[in-house]
Every structure is written in C-alpha cells, then in structure tokens.
Design a protein around this ligand. Structure first.
Ligand code: DLL
Length: 431
C-alpha cells in the first residue's frame, strides 16, 4: 500500500513523463483497435507518432455520451469479448443504458484507485466499511467493495435501501466508514436521530459521499449530525466508476488519479482548454484502461481545476465541487435521468399528451419525482377512474424506462403551461 501513497506524491514532471508515454500507447491502441477512433483520428489528421507532448492532447478528437449510444452495446471495445470479465451500465439518453466493460487488468486498476480513494480517509485493516452504494449494474457498490477489500478493511455489502436494517448494521457491526450518496447519508442521519441514537453511539469516523451534486452546507450537516469527516468523491461509469477523484482530509478539492485519468477543463462552447482555475467542462482521457479506453470524454460536468500543491503532500491536480452540467441531466436518488427519457416513455402511452412537467423535490432527504402530464380530451371526459388507470400505466412505463417510481399526476387538457421559447420541462425544487 505504501507504493500507492508514493505514486500520489511524485513530482508533477515525473508523472507527466509517464502520462505522455501512456498517452502515446493509447493513441496507437485506439487507432488499431476501435473503428470509431481510427476514423476520427484519421479525420483529425493525427498519427500516433504526432503526439510529442501532453499539449498535443488539444489536437485530438472528443468522445461524447452519444458515441456510446451509437455503438451500443460493445462497439467501443478495444479488446475481444474473451478478455472482458465485467460489465456495468449507467443511464443513457434514450432508455438504453451506457454499457461499460472491464478486463481483469481494468478491475485491478479500479481496485487500486478505489484503494487510494479509501486511503485518502485513512481507511485500512481494522476498519468496517458500511457500503450502502447500490450493488448491481451501478458502479458505486462494487467499486467501493473491491477498494475496501484491497486496503484490507472488512466490507459490509449492505447496498441501498431498507433503512432500519442499515441502522442495525451500522450499530451492531461497529461500522467506522460510511459509503453512500450524500442524500442517503442525510436520510440515515435522520433515521439515527429518530431512533434516539447519538453519533457517539456509533463508531463512524469518515464518509465517502458522491454520485450526485451536494454542497458545503450539506457537508456541515453530515459532519455534525453523524460526527464524521465527510469527503466528496467523484467518478463516472464511462471513465471507470468511482475512483476518478476524491478529497483528502484538507477538503479543498478532489485529487484526480491523474496517472490513470488525464483531466482537462474546456470551454463547453468553443471546446478549447481554459486557464487553470476557470470553470468549464471536465474532460477525461483514460491512460491505462484496456477494455474501454476513452479519448477526451466530455463529462458535461462543470468545475475548475488546480495543479497547486496540496497541504496533504499529494501532487495530483484537484477539481472543485461539480457546479452544474452543460446538459439537462438530473440525478434523482443517485439515478441519472434525462428529461428526454421520460418524454420518450410518455409518448409510448396512448391517451396522454406530450405536455408535461417534471417536479423534483427533496422530502426527508430523499428525492422524489412527480411527473405532471396532460390527458387527451376523451379520457378526461371519461372521469376519475379512467384517469387513475392511465396514471398507473404511465407510472409503469416510466419505471420500465428509468428504473424509478414517479408520482404521476394526470392533469386536464391545456393545464400545463405552454412556453413561447425554450420549454421549461423541469422544476427542480431541491436547490
Ligand atoms: O455516479 C459513479 C460514482 C459512484 C461516483 C459512487 C461516486 C460515488 P454514473 O452513474 O456514471 O457514475 O454517474 C456519473 O454523476 O457525470 C456527475 O454528473 C455525477 N457525479 C458523480 N459524483 C459526483 C459528485 C457514478 N461528487 C455522474 N458531485 C457524473 C457531483 C457527481 N456530481
């Protein structure tokens, strides 16, 4: 484990030499093995030999989420299927998820960056890691699981939900580390208080919270109410999952595992790199991924970056809190949802009109989604029972599409406000 700590503290110039070597190898692999990249690199007039410095990155083509959709499910793979040992997925723009794949080496790399993540909170043998991130296609659960095992901690693979059982496990198993989304952590904090428990009744010491946006005010609340140090963790499936970046105890920006994931910040309109400290869109190039390497993947997440040394001694660049997105993606209970997915679902149900409003709220720390949709005049005339049947059909369709249960309100014709310009389809009341 010592060598992992060293990797994070080497001089930046030494790391840059390694990054450049890896970048050259990546360009060769992509142009030989992935048709989409072969074509794009050719169109950009880039030969593998043209990469002479990290600044040459700015000449390379971008990758976007839609590229995953166009090549669904395995078109971006850079290895034969025989070398793939794991598949995960996250929501996409049309109901089809974004599929990501890992070789044995990729799972090992992921475990390493997740071990480094946990080590940022000094987690190791003797710790009990309560892992309430969802296990399954979502990368959160298994990502933390492998990292916790790698550092030699005892992992409690409790996954999400069943709050009563979570409380019992937190208390009885002596959990010292909490891993879940910040909104679920707040929900757990409330449940702990309702059960008459105080932070000192638990052994929790540190929490790793991410997968959705949160704020400093939320950090203060979690730290006080749970009696822990709350660390922000950022990652995304297309790059690897969690493990891309994490805060150290200084809590002054998230260190990027730059030896594996090369970060850039670009202006989302012009796509040119912006000066350090300026807010723009975060872009990643994976330097070591085998199964699914990505070149300049546009995350759509807005933040800034600094390479100033951190008081903790790590020389890794740091990104700030995610301040928003350059697209319309919502994160509801940790699930990525695009309004277009819901629209797609609504349009498949007969008798509803394509006039809708999505209302997102936070009740008792949990996100709720209300879908208000207009009914056609025929069903409206048929009365309440018919509207209720319709609401149930819409609810089922939405669940099939995004995997979340929405509160569906069927409203009379012409009652959803019409817009004269860009339609306002989302009312996010969580902010
Ligand atoms: O959310 C991976 C993850 C799991 C990260 C567990 C942290 C903890 P996806 O489902 O692909 O992967 O969603 C990625 O979630 O582009 C951001 O918009 C958002 N996101 C992730 N972490 C943060 C964070 C996982 N700390 C998308 N703050 C990303 C704000 C975050 N947004």
């Amino acid at each position: 484990m010592k060598e992992l700590a060293v990797i994070e503290r080497i001089p930046r110039a030494e790391r840059a030499a390694r990054q450049l070597h890896r970048l050259k190898g990546l360009i060769t692999r992509l142009s030989e093995r992935v048709p989409l990249y072969r074509d794009r690199l050719r169109d950009a007039g880039v030969q593998p030999g043209d990469i002479r410095s990290l600044a040459d990155l700015a000449r390379l083509p971008f990758t976007v989420k839609d590229d995953f959709r166009q090549t669904y499910p395995y078109g971006l793979l850079a290895v034969p299927m025989e070398e793939v040992i794991r598949v995960h997925a996250s929501s996409g723009t049309t109901g089809k998820p974004t599929v990501v794949a890992y070789t044995r080496q990729d799972v090992d790399t992921w475990s390493e960056v997740m071990a480094r993540t946990l080590m940022a909170g000094d987690v190791g043998p003797g710790d009990v890691v309560h892992n309430a991130y969802g296990y399954g296609l979502f990368t959160g659960g298994l990502g933390f699981h492998y990292g916790a095992e790698r550092v030699g901690a005892a992992v409690v693979p409790i996954s999400g939900g069943f709050t009563d059982r979570q409380l019992m496990a937190l208390r009885d198993l002596g959990s010292t580390v909490l891993c879940c989304t910040p909104s679920y952590a707040l929900h757990l904090a409330e449940a702990i208080e309702e059960a008459g428990l105080k932070p000192k009744d638990l052994k929790l010491r540190v929490g790793f919270f991410g997968a959705e946006p949160w704020t400093e005010a939320m950090r203060d609340a979690l730290q006080t109410r749970l009696g822990i140090m709350a660390l922000n963790i950022y990652g995304l499936s297309e790059v690897i999952g969690p493990g891309v970046s994490v805060e150290c105890p200084e809590r002054d920006g998230m260190h990027v595992a730059e030896d594996h994931f090369l970060p850039e910040i670009v202006d989302p309109a012009t796509l040119t790199p912006v000066p350090e400290g300026t807010v723009g869109e975060l872009v990643f190039t994976t330097l070591t991924k085998e199964a699914l390497p990505v070149l300049r993947y546009r995350t759509r997440d807005l933040t800034s970056m600094t390479t100033e040394p951190c008081r903790c001694g790590r020389t890794l660049a740091r990104i700030g809190r995610i301040m928003g997105r350059s697209d319309d993606m919502l994160i509801i209970r940790g699930v990525n949802v695009y309004p277009s997915q819901i629209e797609h679902a609504l349009l498949q149900v007969a008798d509803v009109e394509p006039h809708y409003l999505l209302v997102v709220r936070r009740d008792n720390a949990l996100d709720t989604l209300e879908v208000r949709v207009e009914v056609g005049t025929a069903v409206a005339a048929a009365g309440t029972a018919a509207m209720e049947v319709l609401a149930a059909r819409v609810r089922r369709k939405i669940f099939e599409t995004i995997g979340l249960t929405a509160d569906v309100s069927i409203v009379p014709p012409k009652t959803v406000e019409r817009s004269t310009g860009k339609a306002q389809r989302v009312l996010d009341l969580r902010k």
